[in-house]
Every structure is written in C-alpha cells, then in structure tokens.
Design a protein around this ligand. Structure first.
Ligand code: ADP
Ligand code: ADP
Ligand code: ZN
Length: 213
C-alpha cells in the first residue's frame, strides 16, 4: 500500500503516519525527519537543507527529489510506504507520479488532514519532539507518560527550532502557496480522502482505517 499524507505543518500527518505504518507494516517516510537526521549528523545535504528549514522555507525540489528517490531504493519499500511531508509541491507530486508509473505502479490514497490555521498555531506551541527517534507529543493533547521524556526511547523532548511562532506563520504561508494545490491534484487523480484533523487522534485514525478497507 502506498499512502501520501497531506495537510498543513502540525495538522497531525506524522502522528497518523506512524499509526498507519505500524498497523500495515510499511515504512513511515518523513522527509522532514530525514533532513533533520542529516542536519544532526552534519552531512552536506543537512548543511544545504538547514538554510531553508531555519527560515521555514521549502528545501529545493531537486535536493528533495534526490533524497526521496534514493530512499525508495531501500528494500523496505517493496510493500509500499506512507509518505509524510512529501510531496510538498506540484513538481514533486508530478515527479512521484512519473517515477511510480515507470515501474507500473501508483499511489493508493492521499489523506488530507484538515485543521484551520488558527488551531495549527495553537498546536505548534505545544508540540514536543524527540530528537532521537522522531516521535512527537503535545503538552496538552498527547502527553508522554513522563513529562518531557520520550515514551519510546527515554530521550529528553525538545521544541523544534522551526516551531517558534514566527517560523510557524511563515511555514503556514508556504503551505498555502505551494502545498495546498496538491489537494486538488490528488482529487483529480480520484484518490483523495479528507479527514477532520481536529478530532481526537485515535478517532482520526479509525476513520482512516475504515477508508482503507
Ligand atoms: P511538519 O511535519 O511540521 O510539516 P516537516 O518535518 O515535514 O514539518 O518539515 C520540516 C521542514 O523540512 C520543512 O519546513 C521544509 O523546510 C523541509 N521539508 C520537509 N519535507 C520537504 C519537502 N518534501 N520539500 C521541501 N522541503 C521539505
Ligand atoms: P505534522 O506531522 O502534520 O507536522 P504532528 O503529527 O507532529 O503534525 O502533530 C503536530 C502536533 O499536534 C503534535 O504536538 C501532536 O502531538 C499534536 N497532535 C497530532 N494529532 C492531534 C490531534 N488529532 N488532536 C490534537 N493534537 C494532535
Ligand atoms: Zn524517542
């Protein structure tokens, strides 16, 4: 199964993608996580990506595509994947469609997690992320068992640099300009599912599971 997650930054794409990946035993591929891992390890790619990420801007398509196409070569992609944070521009979506078509394949579903801008801004302030395993929490709605500590790996949670309020606003405007058009793109492909991302994360997930049946 090949799934794409759509939605504004902070809509809950990652939260749902992790649940989907676990239930259907497919890898969760987050381009944001891959960029952050590169940043942490000080790779060339990480250094290039940092400039854009710090500003809340998108990393150029060319760099992003190189990274994702390479990731697809990994063995774990045989049975599909859930893409989180990719594609984020029309050229990225077109490149993905083309790459899949070249292998006689296509996406099964694109899931748009809908949350208003106002709610997003509130949410991002409370997001806490694990710098080690990428798990995300929220100080009010999705608390870890022990405050400030990752349930999965015990690492101390952080506020992402790009989750500061000014950067969140910038990322939202980038989203509306460059990523939102993908909703229409996948509606035209007849694979769009829209879910209400303001509902409880478990409720959102059960709606997704229902649609995947
Ligand atoms: P969020 O989950 O909050 O939407 P991500 O972790 O997906 O954020 O992305 C963080 C940053 O990484 C983005 O603001 C952007 O700079 C970069 N990035 C991630 N995925 C892409 C992509 N597909 N194309 C371009 N830039 C990307
Ligand atoms: P994205 O990957 O789209 O940027 P995340 O999955 O990281 O979004 O979620 C953003 C923040 O909102 C996190 O703090 C997360 O714990 C919280 N969150 C995710 N889903 C929900 C939900 N359905 N209701 C309330 N908070 C949520
Ligand atoms: Zn962790």
């Amino acid at each position: 199964m090949k799934v794409v997650m759509l939605g504004a930054p902070g809509a809950g794409k990652g939260t749902q993608a992790k649940k989907i990946a676990a239930k259907y035993d497919i890898p969760h591929i987050s381009t944001g996580d891959i960029f952050r891992a590169n940043l942490k390890n000080g790779t060339e790619l990480g250094k290039k990506a940092k400039v854009y990420m710090d500003q809340g801007a998108l990393v150029p398509d060319e760099l992003t595509l190189e990274l994702i196409m390479d990731r697809f070569k990994n063995d774990d992609c045989k049975n599909g994947y859930v893409l989180d944070g990719f594609p984020r521009t029309i050229p990225q979506a077109e490149a993905l469609t083309k790459a899949l078509a070249a292998e006689g394949q296509k996406l099964d579903i694109a899931i748009d997690v809908e949350v208003s801008d106002e709610r997003i801004v509130k949410r991002m302030g409370g997001r806490r992320a694990c710098p080690n395993c990428g798990m995300t929490y929220h100080i009010e709605t999705l608390k870890p068992q022990k405050e400030g500590i990752c349930d999965k790996c015990g690492t101390e949670l952080i506020v992402r640099d790009d989750d500061k309020p000014e950067t969140v606003l910038k990322r939202l405007s980038v989203y509306h300009e460059q990523t939102q058009p993908l909703i229409e793109y996948y509606a035209n492909e007849k694979i769009l599912l829209t879910v209400d991302g303001t509902k409880d994360a478990d409720v959102v997930f059960s709606e997704i599971v229902e649609a995947l049946k």
